[in-house]
Design a protein around this ligand. Structure first.
Ligand code: IYR
Length: 226
């Protein structure tokens, strides 16, 4: 059996905020995130690489099972590759909308106005394709598993969306299904499985979003206090 590493700890003392500042910042962060919307109408204006780098740095700070950080973020801005992704996504989505998705699902999607056409995959300046890493291949050819991969990568994607919103960019959480064409097109190794496709950029001038209402606090919060 391999010897386990002895843990090493360092002092951690994050700045403590005063009551007013804490309240104000909590409110401000909520307002910021409350202004986030899933966008399907993008401008083709490019986004600086350095900004995308920092969004991915932010995503990669997410907590993960046993700190395995089981994610890979692929950033696609090459027009030919974006187009290949669009073609493959539309092929799957055409089948999904025309028979694979049950009637109830299509009814639930109707207010969002989505269909099989995914023009935004050509137009958005950048597609971030997030892969989950099911395991880590070892130099001896064996596989070392990762833990709570879905949860870890889901949280990392949440951080990414929040970081993009904070930088004044808009995103879409796109899930063309099935998504295995993405690993093929991007030449990803066997341990990586596509998790989410996130177009990112600026909204088109005439961008519209569905008029959605969020659940009020009392529908999502249950307090247990004395
Ligand atoms: N993947 C399809 C369908 C779709 C499914 C859900 I759930 C949505 O919230 C939105 C769309 C598509 O991207 O159109």
């Amino acid at each position: 059996m391999e010897q386990s590493q002895s843990p090493k700890f360092i002092v951690y003392r994050p700045a403590r905020l005063g009551a007013t500042e804490m309240r104000d910042r909590a409110r401000h962060f909520f307002d910021l995130l409350d202004g986030r919307r899933s966008v399907r109408h993008f401008s083709n204006e490019p986004v600086p690489d350095a900004v995308i780098d920092n969004l991915i740095r932010a995503a990669s700070t997410a907590p993960s099972g046993a700190h395995k950080q089981p994610w890979t973020f692929c950033v696609v801005s090459d027009p030919a590759l974006k187009h290949a992704i669009r073609e493959a996504a539309e092929e799957e989505e055409r089948e999904s909308y025309n028979g694979r998705m049950p009637k109830e699902w299509l009814e639930d999607l109707a207010p969002l106005g989505t269909d099989w056409r995914k023009e935004f995959l050509d137009i958005a300046p950048c597609l971030i394709v997030v892969f989950k890493r099911a395991y880590e291949p070892q130099p001896d050819g064996s596989k070392r598993k990762n833990y709570y991969v879905e949860e870890s990568v889901g949280i990392a994607c949440g951080f990414l969306l929040a970081a993009a919103r904070n930088a004044g960019l808009v995103t879409l959480t796109h899930t063309p299904s099935p998504m295995n064409f993405l690993a093929k097109l991007l030449g990803r190794p066997e341990n990586e499985r596509a998790f989410l496709l996130i177009p990112i950029g600026y909204p088109a001038e005439n961008c519209e979003v569905p008029d959605l209402v969020r659940k009020p606090l009392d529908e999502v919060l249950v307090r247990y206090a004395s």
